[in-house]
Design a protein around this ligand. Structure first.
Ligand SMILES: C[S@@+](CC[C@H](N)C(=O)[O-])C[C@H]1O[C@@H](n2cnc3c(N)ncnc32)[C@H](O)[C@@H]1O
Length: 281
């Protein structure tokens, strides 16, 4: 490791024909972070050098802690914060904003929220309340207790969204579902019924699976002024994608019959196209 004195001297030589204002303390911090393989300290120091202040690394630290304790989740956690995720969720929130749907009285439900990774930070201070629902207990536990514990306007529920009608759906203003490709079409949102009408669908594994059939949709029960923001995609090859669509029209065909689309977008990335639909239910 270079000594402080040696770094000072080297910086002096460098600064003789440059205008840099780098403190040798930062260089020591940087080298120490590299030596200790401390990613958080490394990034903090880089930000300090560039912007002259340390960034808020609270969420970053929490994500790293989860990965440290559960290394098998590394890919999933990092994937939930990918560029594509940030892009798609930003488009969704901006779309809602442009339609003036987000304000201090807005109550939002997020279905298939996963860890809430990008959408919760983007949305939480624009609305009154968020209820985040996912069938995966562990994803809910991570979002609730480990990533976003201090967000006091977010409630987390571990539940199959097709399981049972909840009282809060009756006063929800916006239903968000960014996981439509993972579940039954939204027009079928409702209680389970007899398996008589719809039969089979071809899933990502190429096999025919039986659709459960939903007798009576719940969309009629929600507030007449409620809106939706749904995304799906054409990434058929990804595990768990049981209900992809080929284009935005196919996605529209999955909306409840009364839906009126107010905003639509096609978001292309290296894995395929994501489809965004926002409208009135
Ligand atoms: C892996 S995430 C991917 C999300 C999406 N591609 C995105 O970018 O936000 C899909 C989530 O949907 C959830 N999910 C699938 N079916 C569900 C259901 N019936 N009710 C609630 N959550 C569900 C899964 O547990 C999972 O957390």
């Amino acid at each position: 490791m270079l000594s402080k004195e040696k770094i000072d001297n080297l910086l002096n030589i460098l600064n003789l024909n440059n205008d840099y204002d780098i403190d040798s303390k930062n260089i020591i911090e940087l080298l120490t972070a590299v030596k200790n393989e401390d990613d958080s300290a490394l990034l903090q120091t880089l930000f300090k050098i560039k912007y002259n202040e340390y960034p808020d690394t609270s969420l970053f630290e929490k994500a790293l802690t989860i990965i440290k304790h559960e290394p098998e989740l590394e890919h999933d956690i990092l994937d939930s914060f990918s560029n594509n995720q940030v892009w798609a969720k930003t488009k969704l929130v901006n779309g809602l904003d442009k339609l003036n749907l987000l304000n201090k009285d807005t109550e939002v439900v997020i279905w298939g929220c996963w860890y809430g990774s990008v959408i919760i930070p983007l949305l939480h201070d624009k609305v009154k309340k968020i209820i985040a629902v996912d069938i995966d207990d562990h994803a809910i536990e991570i979002g609730k207790n480990r990533l976003f514990k201090e967000y006091d306007n977010v409630e987390w529920i571990s539940e199959d969204i097709f399981g049972e009608y909840k009282e809060f759906y009756g006063h929800t203003d916006i239903f968000i579902n960014t996981s439509c490709e993972h579940m039954l079409p939204m027009k079928w949102w409702g209680p389970e019924g007899p398996r008589s009408k719809h039969n089979y669908f071809k899933a990502w594994d190429g096999k025919n699976h039986e659709w459960p059939v939903y007798k009576k949709a719940w969309w009629k029960k929600v507030k007449p002024s409620a809106h939706f923001a749904f995304t799906s995609n054409n990434m058929f090859d990804i595990e768990g994608h049981i209900n992809c669509v080929n284009n935005i029209q196919e996605f529209m065909n999955q909306l409840p019959p009364s839906a009126e689309v107010l905003h639509e977008d096609n978001l292309k990335d290296e894995r395929g196209t994501r489809y965004l639909l926002i409208g009135k239910i």
